[in-house]
Design a protein around this ligand. Sequence first.
Ligand code: PLP
Ligand code: COI
Length: 338
Amino acid sequence: MELDWKNLGFGIMKTDYNVRCVFKDGLWGELEVSSDEYLPIHIGATCLHYGQESFEGLKAFTGKDGRIRLFRHKENALRMIESAKGIHLAEVPIELFMEAVEKVVMLNKRFIPPHGTGASLYIRPLLIGTGPEVGVKPAAEYTFLIFVMPVGPYFKAGFKPVDVMICRDHDRAAPLGTGHLKVGGNYAASMGSIADAHQSGFATALYLDAKEKKYIDECGPANFFGIKDNTYITPKSHSILPSITNRSLQDLAKQMGMKVEVRPVPVEELSTFEEVGACGTAAVISPIGKVADVDNGITYSFGDGVTPGPVSTKLYETLLGMQNGDLEDSFGWTKILD
Ligand code: PLP
Ligand code: COI
């Protein structure tokens, strides 16, 4: 099979296998392997009607040594447990989650992009209420499954600055809602504003805090960070997803001798940053060239709009270098599968 690894986008592609497991009568069953891309589902399943679902996103890489590396998959297992607690799904035990990830990656080995292509294998775990209910209550049955596909950059530009648009007429998450969980409802709520941003020529929407619209929350499907005075600054908010990439970048920034601040970030502070970016598994680091506050007629610009800033570049290269084994992983973040 010859895929054009260097020109992959971020999209669905059929691979050989997915893995699945059903929770029934209070217990998780066996992990099963399937090559079917479809799932027979009861028309009353709670995931269909009441959004009782959670998903995760993580990646596997091929190192220079040809070995397969997984990045921090235990953290995704832990976050899925938090999501399950938040919307009353059956919790997937950490060991089951990690075993399922490792299994599905090895089963689809031929789809893991080679080292040096800039691509990776995207892993999508999904946990859904499959038991039927018509009243609003948690299902009695759940399905946990994982499928994978090779991907390139999330934003078409790759590691090049993108422009984003502040969203003032819409919220993706309520102040005490589910924004801190990785559940489908947040993404449904974000579809309109992301489509608006695309229509206006921006890569994505930048959300503000839902209560006061004073502080930066996050950036489409990624967290937000700003750099100034040798400091990595990222929002503290109950309504953003606790990003594993963001936490990793904070540790890398400290290792590089920078200060790290996790605190509310007022919108006006944008005018003081030397660099800003979006970060996440899919986005990795996407440097931001311009933030448009269209409703207030203000545009914040960073650098020349085409060249990523030096700190973002160093963070990006260090993170990717660790993920694909080019740099020593002093944090023990990667697991080699063989
Ligand atoms: N914020 C949102 C809304 C996301 O969907 C994601 C992606 O998972 C992130 C942030 C980044 O999180 P992570 O770095 O764990 O992928
Ligand atoms: C990820 O970065 O893994 C995500 O889940 C973002 C996704 C919504 C595309």
